[in-house]
Design a protein around this ligand. Structure first.
Ligand code: PBG
Length: 333
């Protein structure tokens, strides 16, 4: 035999030398859930090792992540029911604690990279990403609210704005709102191919942000999030976001959508991110808790597969654990 593929696998050193894909903590984004108040660190039951944080407890957490080389964070606010209304006005109000938390983090750790979430659902009493009227999610009427949210977030110091709402035309709308307000340096990470997935459950539970159950409010997000059956449509969404000025594009969820990550990465010359969403992380954590899978091998293999498929950036609730393992030299073997 001339050709023996096993020669390349014969030792730890050759495997490391010939490895095609490396994933570093710097390429991960750690989602953090926020709560207004003081001395709060409440574990999310369906997402072990993930918490709802108040700012005072969050700052040391961010410091420890930075020390591990984990520099990027995406922030999601839990909003008091009393502050929600039909038009999500708290989303861009000067009092919004989410904006204050961002400001405080950037002031304390200017080297961090903070990504925002732009959608109405945390602030909207209907629990939808857009305005709801007569049982419909309005598109064009939602855009100005998204624009205001994005400008308020840029002003608070967010480095990257993350529209997760899936309204048509929002990337262009937000880009021009940011530019007009003088924030031409603020980036946009677009949730380009965001599917109407069953895997967002723990996230909605963590933030209490699920669509409200009522006769005149749709109970799902299928009129704006994508049909899991569709792939060509992801290319169409991507072309729009690309032309509208997205700096990079995201696919969400990740594991069931590796083909979408691949096809976008092959077709576009901007970076592709993938959101390894709450339900995907919860499945793995649950199997590990039961002793059915080994966390320290299954978790890195999972993240690596998302990277290998074409995601340069991965948003994952395992970011800190991965960075910790990286530091301890447990990842490459
Ligand atoms: C809100 C938003 C959602 C997620 C991120 N931003 C929930 C949704 O669309 O219903 C889900 C993330 C996760 O499950 O980890 N627009």
């Amino acid at each position: 035999m001339n050709i023996r593929p096993r020669r390349n696998r014969k030792s730890k050193a050759t495997r490391a030398l010939l490895r095609e894909t490396y994933l570093m903590p710097e390429q991960l984004v750690y989602p953090l859930f926020l709560e207004d108040g003081f001395n709060i660190k409440t574990e999310i039951s369906s997402l072990p090792n993930n918490f709802r944080w108040s700012i005072d407890r969050l700052l040391p957490e961010i410091e420890s992540c930075l020390e591990l080389g984990l520099k990027s964070f995406i922030l999601f606010p839990a909003i008091d029911q009393k502050l929600k209304n039909k038009t999500a006005t708290y989303g861009y109000s000067d009092d919004n604690y989410y904006l204050k938390v961002c400001h405080k983090i950037k002031e304390t750790f200017p080297e961090s990279c903070l990504i925002s979430d732009v959608a109405l659902d945390p602030y909207n009493s209907d629990g939808h990403d857009g305005l709801v009227q007569n049982g419909k999610i309005l598109n064009d009427e939602t855009l100005p609210i998204l624009g205001k949210m994005a400008v308020a977030q840029a002003q608070a110091g967010f480095d990257i704005i993350g529209p997760s709402d899936m309204m048509d035309g929002r990337v262009a709308f937000i880009r021009s709102a940011l530019d007009q307000a003088g924030y031409s340096e603020t980036s946009i990470m677009s949730y380009t191919a965001k599917y109407a997935s069953a895997f967002y459950g723990p996230f909605r539970h963590a933030l209490d942000s699920a669509p409200v159950e009522s006769e005149d409010i749709p109970s799902d997000k299928k009129t704006y999030q994508m049909d899991p059956a569709n792939k060509k449509e992801a290319l169409r969404e991507a072309l729009l976001d690309y032309e509208e000025g997205a700096d990079f594009m995201m696919v969400k969820p990740a594991l069931n959508y590796l083909d979408i990550i691949h096809v976008l990465n092959e077709n576009f010359d901007i970076p592709i991110a993938a959101y390894h969403v709450s339900g995907e992380c919860a499945m793995l954590a649950a199997a590990c808790k039961n002793g059915w899978l080994d966390f320290e091998t299954a978790m890195p293999e999972t993240l690596l597969s998302i990277h290998r498929a074409g995601a340069q950036i991965i948003l994952t609730y395992f970011a800190k654990e991965y960075a910790q393992m990286w530091k301890e030299g447990k990842i490459v073997s």
